[in-house]
Design a protein around this ligand. Structure first.
Ligand SMILES: [Zn+2]
Length: 300
């Protein structure tokens, strides 16, 4: 997960339309959950070759085709961050039906984070649960109260972090799985929101642990090891080898700043300090080049 800015003007024309506002007011006023339609919150193109949707494409402008939760490049479900029809943790709750078309409540989520025992209708909170929409004196919806970054929704203090509201860098670190099965993410905040988010979206599933290594570590490892092989057989001299290592380290740093990269949060974590770099990257390198690479990292 990484922090994302999602502009309001990326909203689809349908979501922004007066017709949708009227339909939403009816749903919110009468709690007519059966009227909630994916023709509005998803808006499929109806293309026979693939199930892409207009909302998905608009979310991809800010999320660069990545899942909001795990940062894989993946086909996205249109996920209601606050579930629209029921809440697993509270069977007296009718779901956040009044947020069914709310832009800040729509996130792109891969199937693995959203279904298959993962997030779905889970929404545990630390704070005060909101059960009903807020209306103004003229019986219109209070649109400020619809937004995830505003009270009263903010006061719910959801365990699940919201990539447009919370800064994930303050909630997570990473470490190598002790049995060598990839890289694990770990919550570090006192309120346990990081760890709860990991549990809700299954962010330590094996597929993700291994993909973090494959996408983030292996390109660097292969380049560094091949430079060392060139040095060993005399094709590179010491200077050329050092330059290659510096070049590859710079690539790591550039990719960490590139929001289009997969697993941006891990990439940022790795290059943040030589301790993080040592802990995560060095164990994947052969022992002769570990100290060389660490010294090069400290030098840049
Ligand atoms: Zn995902």
């Amino acid at each position: 997960m990484r922090f994302v800015t999602k502009p309001d003007n990326h909203k689809t024309a349908t979501l922004a339309s007066q017709d949708t506002a009227n339909a939403l007011l009816d749903i919110a006023t009468n709690m007519t959950k059966d009227d909630i339609t994916d023709a509005i919150y998803r808006e499929s193109y109806g293309n026979p070759d693939e199930k892409r949707s207009r909302v998905e494409d608009q979310l991809a402008l800010s999320y660069y085709n990545k899942c909001a939760y795990c940062e894989r490049l993946a086909k996205a479900d249109i996920e209601h961050y606050r579930p629209k029809k029921k809440v697993v943790e509270d069977n007296t709750h009718n779901g956040y039906y009044w947020l069914c078309y709310e832009w800040t409540n729509l996130l792109p989520s891969c199937v693995k984070c959203n279904r298959e025992g993962a997030k779905h209708s889970k929404f545990p909170i630390l704070g005060i649960r909101v059960y009903t929409p807020s209306f103004l004196a003229n019986a219109q919806l209070n649109l400020n109260h619809q937004r995830a970054e505003n009270t009263p929704l903010l006061d719910e203090m959801p365990y699940l972090l919201h990539p447009e509201v919370d800064d994930p860098e303050a909630y997570f670190d990473f470490f190598n799985d002790p049995s060598g099965d990839g890289i694990r993410i770990r919550g570090i905040d006192a309120q346990n929101r990081g760890n709860e988010t990991i549990g809700i979206c299954l962010l330590n599933r094996q597929e993700l642990r291994l993909e973090r290594v494959e996408n983030v570590i292996n390109p660097f490892k292969q380049a560094a090891e091949s430079a060392f092989a060139m040095l060993s057989i005399g094709i590179y001299d010491e200077d050329q080898f050092d330059q290659q290592i510096i070049f590859q380290l710079n690539q790591l740093m550039i990719n960490a700043k590139n929001e289009k990269s997969t697993h941006t949060l891990l990439r940022k974590y790795i290059v943040k300090s030589h301790q993080n770099f040592s802990g995560i990257v060095l164990p994947y390198l052969s022992s002769p080049i570990q100290s060389i690479v660490l010294a090069a990292f400290k030098s840049i």
